[in-house]
Write a protein that binds this ligand. Structure first.
Ligand code: HEC
Ligand code: HEC
Length: 112
């Protein structure tokens, strides 16, 4: 009985894993493109801030490397509760506010 339930629940996963690899690659590309548009907007930059457009895989630019780190960081925040359920969902805008170099230091005038 339990095995049957498991098979029924998992069946769609088997199908999507086996059929349409081309479809899932396309879906991943669309998702990546969408993510890239969002992060560019949230940082107030264009693609070339991080990419050499001849080779989007290149990690030569510092902004690419830091951007990759911060994508991981943002995912850590999401995985640790900033997921839009009981807390806001973490994204680049949360810290960057439309700027590549957000002003993150507490002003001296606020300290006493
Ligand atoms: C803040 C830096 C940053 C900006 C801005 C940015 N990207 Fe990216 N992009 C990355 C990083 C980092 C990766 C690698 C992600 C990974 O490996 O998970 C990536 C991956 C990609 C890839 C996949 C490359 C591959 O592995 O095949 C494409 C295509 C891409 N970006 C296009 C764009 C486009 C188009 C824009 C502008 C709309 C853009 N990116 C803006 C940092 C950036
Ligand atoms: C928890 C806060 C936080 C989040 C979330 C965050 N960043 Fe950052 N990011 C910073 C701070 C702070 C700096 C450093 C600014 C400086 O050095 O002046 C920075 C710097 C960067 C830089 C380097 C800018 C430069 O040229 O010096 C890039 C690129 C970047 N972040 C990309 C991203 C992307 C892409 C995301 C979303 C996937 C993201 N960050 C999410 C806080 C954050």
């Amino acid at each position: 009985m339990n095995a049957l339930v498991a098979i029924i629940l998992l069946f769609p996963l088997f199908i999507s894993a086996q059929s349409g690899n081309a479809n899932s690659i396309k879906a991943n590309e669309d998702q990546m493109r969408e993510q890239m548009i969002v992060i560019s907007r949230q940082l107030g930059v264009t693609c070339t801030t991080c990419h050499n457009t001849d080779n989007f895989k290149s990690d030569k630019k510092d902004a690419f490397k830091i951007g990759k780190e911060h994508m991981r960081l943002t995912q850590v925040l999401i995985d640790n509760g900033m997921n839009g359920k009981n807390a806001p969902k973490a994204d680049c805008y949360m810290c960057h506010r439309g700027q590549l170099k957000p002003d993150y230091k507490e002003k001296a005038s606020l300290k006493r």
